[in-house]
Design a protein around this ligand. Structure first.
Ligand SMILES: [Zn+2]
Length: 221
């Protein structure tokens, strides 16, 4: 891909290669080596991305949500190292490495990833999409299993876990739909109608059915 500074680049795990023509002049070939995340760091990076469905939606559109960045910081995951911590650099100019072209390429790469190119930063760190998404799904399944295990324990402790509080349940349902309105459909949703519209209908008919059942029961007793 090419950006408006006339830089063309190719990104593979651990390596950023660029063809850079400063001021439209003679092109230099710059190659930067970036340490890939180790296995534990990949797990942490995927774990942070799995913490909310909307993170995946934003990542897929090429953006890094601020909140996800904070969660990565909390897990000690650095998306990209600073220039002086790159593993190595080379350039077709004859200056001492790292040269000014290498530095420019790195600066432009930062700019590029902040404009919808975030998945290339993951790729550079050794987590291309074909590895990132399965790992995120696995992390989400792990978290769901942990929650279910917790719920199983508490329901055996409580002999009557079933309760229906129409007002409170409706409030929660409305929160979910307003979040969907704000953040958009989750990545798995591929129907033409927005998910929140479908859910609104489901909630309404469920509330009607519940009201009907309650009034029938009330009538019989
Ligand atoms: Zn150079």
């Amino acid at each position: 891909m090419t950006n408006d500074q006339g830089i063309e680049w190719k990104i593979i795990p651990g390596k950023l290669q660029a063809r850079f023509s400063p001021n439209g002049g003679k092109p230099f070939r710059v190659s930067l080596q970036v340490r890939e995340w180790d296995t534990a760091s990949k797990q942490e990076a995927a774990g942070a991305a799995a913490e909310a469905l909307r993170y995946e939606a934003e990542l897929r559109s090429g953006m890094l949500p601020e909140e996800l960045k904070e969660r990565m910081d909390a897990r000690g995951i650095i998306l990209l190292p600073p220039f002086q911590e790159l593993a190595a650099s080379s350039c077709t100019c004859n200056f001492t490495q790292p040269c000014s072209h290498a530095r420019s390429v790195w600066t432009h790469f930062y700019e590029y990833i902040s404009h919808r190119g975030i998945l290339d930063a993951y790729r550079l760190r050794g987590l291309p999409e074909e590895e990132l998404w399965p790992l995120v799904r696995a992390k989400r399944a792990e978290a769901a299993a942990a929650v279910n295990a917790g719920a199983g324990r508490s329901s055996t402790a409580s002999p009557n876990p079933v309760s229906y509080e129409p007002a409170a349940d409706m409030e929660e349902a409305k929160e979910v739909t307003s979040m969907l309105k704000e953040y958009g459909d989750p990545p798995f949703w591929n129907r033409p109608q927005a998910l929140y519209e479908v859910l609104d209908l489901v909630y309404e008919s469920a509330a009607e059915a519940a009201a009907q059942t309650l009034s029938e029961k009330g009538g019989r007793s």
